[in-house]
Design a protein around this ligand. Structure first.
Ligand code: ZN
Ligand code: ZN
Length: 827
């Protein structure tokens, strides 16, 4: 398909600078019209209309002082939306609150109002703002500094802050913006220097709090408890934890009676499922949620798009020895690039989201090329945008797109956090971004008030994307996912308690603050010699501080270093280092491709050089698993469903190199890496051999059936938990020594678990129903990447029995009760 044929007459060499944009329905018709017919037919599998919404304002709360109101008015905030006023009111009354509303719904105002009003009313009070990235904190600093309020002296305090300025900030700033890493590594260990600030700390703002998920989120949860502990120490109030400490609002003008667990936490989240529970897990405090978005929104036509099947070359299928020819689809990248150039040619301001940096460059350059072929010069109206650009570059691109100088932008999800780029005519999403929450955040960039916009999800060739474009009900009209974290993970809790003890000796009351499992974790630290118990509490025994990385568990992370420059590119969790950075591995970091020259396990570093080979690498491993304990189970006759601790032993033994374009295996190379042990949390189900035989699964097919079911189940797990398949491992066997039955295990890939397997267990029926449907509905003969093949299989996707996998899952689902699991064992 060439692009030239699709330029509509009249689009001309120079589209209008501020295009009105066609109505979204017409645009969609034009995009689908260019796709050739054929066996696949229409690429659009579903169209959903998301209606426009009128905004609802609320009067200014009477406690907002005039100077703040005037400063906001100067910035164009005339009157707050109802959700902003509601959340601000909770916080000002002393109730911890989370505001979870859509992209660009003005969440900042919800914490700016109570925090700044308090800082203006009490010239000693301070506030701490936490963002997941330095860039976002810098954006917020500009917003607050722009209000130019007397005596607030907002300042960023992070790794980039010059030493000379740090003292001044600690002494004088009353609105400090930082990130959890700096709080963990810098502010809390140096709490004595922050004593004045902490004593007066009235508000803690946790922005974009949905990003604190999994192991990272569990760490941040304890960093926040450490912050609460230090604030309480300097404020001289008894610490309280858990339910029962919920404060009742004080009547206006009346000081709350007695000690309170100040500071007040204000959390801002993208739309997420059950934000109150996630916020309570994150802070350890009772939190009120405000979720009803009262900001106005333009209508959006949302289309699900499955790239067409490529015509099969006669004879080509049979040439691959022994393999069934699975149908191959046009790649989502190429499809998105074509849609982007079509939209731009029609004068439509369009943003395309893609996962990798490299993907963004590919889409932009391919769209530029086809546009230039059609109309010389038109390609200049398309650019790529990704994290890693300087702020000035990003701002220039954003401005160009809003002004209409640029018509098309291909972006990584760098745009997802905070940046205020909305009001586009169309958003293209290349591949499901992993969660419905991210999907709505990205789609939320489309839609100007009073105008229809278009959003298109282009499916990649994998089980989850394929399932979703054929099951619109799984995307629309369903709540977004809950943010999953597990502060009780002993591999997080232990190191965090060590950090807390190094900051100040732990007392019995502190253990309540750190929650379930803290007693056991402290006992383990004492037994291991890290803490010493004295009558007054538990003391850190060493002179240095514990080394704890918030973004990983199980030892120090492996540093990925570019040999030629010595530049640290990033880190890899030690648990996945053998898979991701073994010698010879092609390693993608922020979308750029590197080749690993050496993995030094003693020094914990991988040496790499930048290279973009035309092959990819696929590690093969040998894994065994043993059950340590069962936390909870459902006994459903021939079927059992379990949640518990397991020990996973794995060794990466070799890797395959495969040609990227064709998937052809070039060779298999051996590796000499030690085994790794992982104690983690798993969900598993067993099915009796008799029930499998009754369902028509031959004994010889049982291993392939379980293996296929395991792959698809891992692929579909993101439907119920905010993980991606790389956070998860699996193992299936026709007879496991611990369960004495055919068993499929799915486990968290992080030591101690990250909460994903637990979510899968709680949502087992809907998770496995979607898994069965995904396999059963796939049009392939014997399994393909859209259903039961896995890109990370340690066994080279062998054996797999697709039809039998459906039968296994049907046996499980027929026996499994719908309700919640009944037999909770104590942890
Ligand atoms: Zn398939
Ligand atoms: Zn496998």
């Amino acid at each position: 398909m060439t692009y030239a044929a699709t330029v509509s007459a009249g689009s001309g060499a120079d589209p209008p600078r501020r295009p009105a944009g066609p109505r979204s329905g017409e645009l969609l018709d034009r995009l689908r019209a260019r796709t050739p017919g054929g066996p696949a037919g229409d690429p659009v599998t579903h169209v959903e209309r998301v209606p426009a919404r009128a905004g609802v304002t609320a009067p200014w709360p009477e406690w907002v002082p005039e100077p703040l109101r005037a400063a906001l008015a100067r910035q164009g905030v005339v009157t707050p939306w109802r959700h902003q006023a509601e959340a601000a009111g909770h916080a000002y009354a002393g109730r911890h609150v989370v505001i979870a509303t859509g992209t660009a719904s003005g969440k900042s105002l919800a914490y700016q109002l109570p925090a700044l009003a308090t800082l203006l009313a009490d010239p000693r009070a301070t506030a701490l703002y936490l963002a997941p990235t330095k860039a976002l904190a810098a954006d917020q600093l500009r917003a607050v500094a722009g209000l130019d309020l007397d005596g607030v002296r907002p300042a960023c305090y992070d790794g980039d802050t010059p030493r000379a300025e740090r003292d001044w900030i600690r002494q004088h700033s009353r609105f400090v913006l930082t990130n959890p890493d700096m709080l963990h590594h810098g502010i809390l260990p140096g709490h004595a220097q922050w004593s004045t600030f902490l004593r007066r700390l009235a508000f803690v703002v946790v922005d974009e709090c949905h990003t604190y998920r999994g192991v990272f989120g569990s760490h941040v949860a304890h960093v926040l408890r450490r912050l609460r502990r230090q604030a309480a120490r300097y404020q001289g109030v008894p610490r309280q934890a858990g339910p029962g400490s919920r404060r009742t609002p004080a009547p206006r003008g009346v000081a709350p009676a007695g000690p309170s667990d100040t500071p007040v936490f204000v959390l801002a989240s993208a739309t997420s499922g059950d934000p109150a529970t996630a916020a309570e897990r994150l802070t350890g405090l009772p939190v009120t949620a405000v979720t009803e978005d009262a900001s106005p929104r333009g209508g959006v036509t949302f289309a699900l798009w499955e790239p067409p099947l490529l015509p099969t070359e006669p004879g080509a299928a049979e040439s691959v020895a022994g393999l069934d020819a699975a149908p191959v689809r046009r790649s989502a990248l190429r499809e998105t690039a074509d849609l982007l150039s079509d939209a731009v040619a029609g004068g439509v301001r369009t943003l395309a989201f893609v996962r990798s940096r490299r993907g963004a460059e590919v889409i932009a350059s391919s769209a530029r090329r086809s546009l230039d072929e059609a109309v010389p010069g038109l390609g200049g109206r398309v650019a790529a945008y990704r994290g890693g650009y300087l702020r000035e570059e990003r701002r220039a691109l954003e401005r160009a797109l809003l002004d209409g100088d640029l018509l098309g932008l291909a972006s990584t999800n760098a745009l997802e956090l905070g940046v205020d780029l909305v009001g586009l005519d169309a958003v293209l999403i290349c591949g499901y971004p992993g969660t419905r929450a991210s999907l709505w955040q990205q789609a939320g960039r489309a839609g100007r008030s009073g105008q229809e916009a278009l959003a298109v999800l282009v499916a990649r060739d994998d089980p989850l994307d394929t399932y979703l474009v054929h099951h619109p009900e799984a995307l629309f009209g369903r709540p977004v996912e809950a943010t999953v974290l597990d502060p009780a993970n002993p591999y997080v809790l232990g190191p965090q308690l060590a950090c807390a003890a190094a900051e100040a000796p732990l007392t019995a009351a502190d253990l309540t603050l750190f929650g379930d499992g803290a007693k056991e974790a402290v006992a383990t630290l004492v037994a291991g010699g890290a803490l010493r118990q004295r009558p007054t509490g538990w003391y850190w025994r060493h002179t240095g501080r514990p080394e704890v990385d918030l973004r990983g568990t199980g030892g120090s992370p492996v540093n990925v270093v570019e040999s030629s420059t010595g530049r640290l590119l990033g880190t890899v969790d030690p648990a996945s280092s053998h898979f991701l950075v073994h010698p010879g591995a092609v390693h993608l970091h922020q979308g750029v491709s590197y080749l690993v020259d050496e993995l030094d396990l003693t020094d914990g570093c991988a040496l790499v050089h930048a290279e973009e080979p035309d092959w990819s690498t696929h590690p093969r491993d040998v894994t065994s698993l043993s059950v340590v304990s069962v936390r909870s189970y459902t006994d459903a006759g021939p079927v059992g469903m379990f949640l518990g601790e397991v020990d996973v032993t794995s060794q990466v033994v070799s890797y395959q190199r495969r040609r990227i374009a064709s998937g052809e295996v070039l060779d298999t190379r051996p590796l000499d890496l030690p085994t790794r042990e992982l104690r983690t949390v798993a969900v598993w189900f067993t099915v009796s051999p008799e029930s499998l035989a009754a369902a028509g699964v031959e004994v010889a097919d049982v291993p392939g059936a379980l293996h296929a079911a395991e792959h698809a189940a891992i692929g579909l797990l993101p439907l119920v938990a905010t993980c991606d398949r790389w956070d998860i491992g699996g193992l299936s066997t026709a007879n496991h020594p611990d369960t004495e039955a055919p068993t499929v295990f799915v486990y968290d890939g992080h030591p101690g678990g990250a909460g994903f397997a637990e979510r899968a267990y709680r949502a087992a029926a809907s998770w496995l129903t979607a898994t069965r449907d995904a396999i059963a509905e796939c049009a392939c003969e014997a399994g393909c990447p859209s259903c039961v093949q896995s890109p990370k299989c340690g066994n080279g996707n062998n054996p797999l029995a697709k039809a039998e996998a459906v039968r296994v899952l049907e046996v499980v689902l027929a026996n499994l009760p719908d309700g919640p699991p009944a037999n909770e064992a104590d942890r």
